[in-house]
Design a protein around this ligand. Sequence first.
Ligand code: S3P
Length: 183
Amino acid sequence: MNGRESIREKNIVIIGFMGVGKTTVGELVAKRLYRTFIDIDKVIEERFEVPIVEVFKQIGEPAFRKIEKEIIIDFCTQKLKVISLGGGAFLQEEIRKIALDNCIVIFLDITWELWKERLNIIINSRPVLQGLTMEEIEDLFNKRQGIYTNHHSRLETDHLNATEIADYIVNSLKLAYELYDPN
Ligand code: S3P
């Protein structure tokens, strides 16, 4: 792919911090657009046949990031997919580049105030949060905001549920298709 193919065929890539709802929203968007949904963490879990926490324990973060990158590059160079990336994927420049050059990248944003209320639900399944103090987690949250500024579209999710977020994304995409690729 060279980035010049029809905007209608481009993958939709969903980015954002852990627990923001990328998988739930991605699944809904895929259904509404009749596309295949790919959750990169799930692909990795299926490959190793264990949850991500165990993958981190078995191979360590650097090897996880390498596999994560290979899988993302593979899917991002395909078409007509909705792909949800792990919250740390955009730390890697190669991933940012391939996603931004080939896909429509949507950043699901959330405020720290709202996100911290979800921490209890997600902490056990997120290896990078294990053993961190609240300040360290807030620090990570703020640092990650910097890498998510690399996107095509940002959506504030604080006052929306997953269906409303998906509806907003699908409606915006339809408008973009009509405006930029009316045929
Ligand atoms: C990570 C986020 C996770 C998963 C892994 C590392 C991160 O994905 O890829 O635990 O570094 O932010 P989610 O964003 O889907 O939780």
